[in-house]
Design a protein around this ligand. Structure first.
Ligand SMILES: [Mg+2]
Length: 364
């Protein structure tokens, strides 16, 4: 494929309601949308929108790295995503957000050129999971409201619910949700690194009463040895998210026997190829994977949906039904308990062309 242009457009999308995490409130998603166009007029898209905790570059550095990647891509005959990544390696060496956005756009374009879905491109002949079952986030902060929200999500077809914990009432919230939905529904708990190594075992014992499928990021520490010590005594399985921001850190955790599950966020881990590689390491270590959105727009969610559809092995319900958290979106991709792959080639979604012309203040 011959790439002829790389365009970037800023976006800023408020959340409908600020989302509470152990790292503070998330009020909006801000980043850059990327378009690679080939000589035939076909386009591949990607996005980058940094969040705290993943070692991202700043938005200004992100934009600069995207600009530096234009020269090695534009005018070049590119064999595929791996060739494209090699060409931009130095431009995005310290810019995981830019790397992920361009990797997604390269994959999207390659799949569109071949006339196949991105999932089929990734699976290269392997079976596809279609539709992809998704988990639902229970965001309400009070136990009764969380129980009501959980019932609503289960009625909509979700078989897995996720709760973020860290504050004083959280055990009561988890208990209320478990009571409301019964034993058949999987509960996923995300601590976002809130506990010390000393406090974590007791916290996990309390959570174990409500039988979570796993707890994400129980420790403030990212030391694989500390994770392995905790896993050895933990009554619940442990999942790595922010502690596995790239292939090397995921490998270190898995080599240490420190995680039962790895969360895959292509937007945060340097792209689809990196997430695919992490998944292969997890399979080899007998760990499962969970593909999860990065509170992405429809572009990033679609790329993660294709990844979840294509991965072989033990893959839990994907955390991709997060579009409704955003007040607006760059493209159309509806949340659902079972999300079908889009019919069109590549990502199967395209951003509203206005994204590339309107200014940032009106982008929301
Ligand atoms: Mg998490």
């Amino acid at each position: 494929m011959k790439v002829v242009s790389l365009r970037c457009a800023p976006f800023r999308i408020p959340l409908r309601r600020p989302l509470a995490t152990a790292r503070g409130l998330i009020k909006q998603r801000e980043g850059w949308l990327v378009e690679l166009r080939d000589a035939e007029g076909r386009c591949g898209f990607g996005e980058a929108a940094p969040l705290p905790g993943f070692g991202f570059e700043s938005l200004a550095e992100l934009r600069r790295s995207l600009g530096e990647a234009a020269a090695p891509l534009c005018g070049a005959e590119i064999e595929g995503p791996a060739d494209g990544r090699a060409r931009i390696a130095s431009a995005v060496a310290n810019a995981p957000g830019a790397r992920a956005a361009l990797d997604c756009a390269l994959h999207d374009l390659a799949a569109r050129v071949r006339g196949t879905s991105l999932a089929a491109w990734l699976a290269s002949g392997g079976a596809l999971r279609d539709p992809v079952a998704t988990s639902a986030l229970v965001a309400a902060s009070l136990p009764d409201a969380a129980a009501d929200e959980a019932r609503t999500k289960v009625a909509a077809g979700h078989r897995t619910l996720k709760l973020k914990v860290g504050g004083g009432r959280d055990l009561a919230r988890v208990a209320a949700v478990r009571d409301a939905v019964g034993a058949e529904i999987a509960l996923r708990v995300d601590a976002n690194g809130v506990w010390s190594e000393r406090d974590a075992p007791r916290a996990l014992e309390r959570l174990a009463l409500h039988a979570p499928a796993f707890v994400e990021e129980p420790l403030a520490s990212r030391d694989p040895a500390a994770w392995a010590r905790l896993r050895a005594v933990s009554p619940v399985p442990i999942a790595a998210d922010e502690s596995a921001p790239d292939v090397a850190s995921a490998r270190a955790l898995l080599d240490a026997g420190a995680a039962d599950w790895i969360v895959l966020k292509p937007a945060a881990q340097g792209g689809l190829a990196a997430a695919w590689e992490i998944a292969a390491l997890a399979r080899a270590a007998d760990a499962g994977v969970v593909v999860t959105s990065f509170l992405d727009t429809a572009i990033g969610r679609a790329s993660a949906l294709h990844l979840a559809a294509a991965l072989p092995g033990r893959v839990a319900d994907a955390g991709l039904a997060t579009g409704a958290l955003l007040a607006s979106d760059l493209a159309e991709l509806a949340d659902a308990a079972a999300m079908p792959l889009p019919d069109a080639a590549g990502l199967g979604v395209v951003p509203d062309p206005a994204c590339f012309t309107r200014d940032l203040e009106s982008a929301a």
